[in-house]
Design a protein around this ligand. Structure first.
Ligand code: ZN
Ligand code: ZN
Length: 175
């Protein structure tokens, strides 16, 4: 969704508030494609603080489907985003990209809500996602999800480094 900023720029101190919609259905990054399974309207407040500077404040809540780091099950990861930006409308688009080093969510006199949110999701991307704190992961021998099933594989609860050492020993035995 594009928000036209012409109106709020007409006078210093002017405030514009709205609920904007995120059109993005899938978040795509270098890490892959992640469906957005829930999104609330993004509440935005844009204030003309004078000297053609706009302050953008907002809150957004959404849920993204991300695979668990250990077992790869889908996790509905909840994200609460706090947006706080200052946009200098005196700058040209190019200068702004250089200054902020981020995706250009201002195009002429329009604010692109999707691009703004995209940058925020990227910055707030979790280092790791687990379906639950004590996720048991996947058996590295037979590949089953150990949260749902159990297996008879021996090495499942071994430290992977130990498993390597054991492999070396079993090779010796074969010789
Ligand atoms: Zn898991
Ligand atoms: Zn197994």
């Amino acid at each position: 969704m594009l928000i036209n900023l012409t109106e709020v720029l007409t006078r210093d101190g002017k405030i514009m508030e709205m609920d904007a919609c995120l059109e993005m259905e899938v978040f795509q990054s270098k890490l892959g494609s992640f469906p957005i399974c829930r999104k609330e309207p993004v509440h935005l407040k844009i204030t003309n603080t004078g000297n053609r500077i706009l302050q953008v404040k907002g809150k957004a809540e959404l849920e993204i489907v991300v695979p668990c780091d250990r077992c790869l099950d889908d996790v509905h990861y909840k994200m609460a985003l706090e947006i706080e930006k200052e946009i200098d409308m005196k700058q040209s688009g190019e200068d702004r990209i250089k200054a902020l080093d981020e995706h250009c969510y201002i195009d002429g006199y329009n604010l692109d809500v999707d691009k703004l949110l995209y940058g925020e999701i990227l910055v707030n991307w979790p280092l790791r996602v687990l379906c639950k704190e004590d996720c048991k992961g996947i058996c590295n021998v037979c590949g089953i999800n150990l949260n749902h099933e159990t297996c008879e594989c021996e090495s499942t609860d071994l430290d992977p480094r130990m498993a390597k050492i054991r492999d070396i020993f079993s090779k010796f035995k074969e010789v």
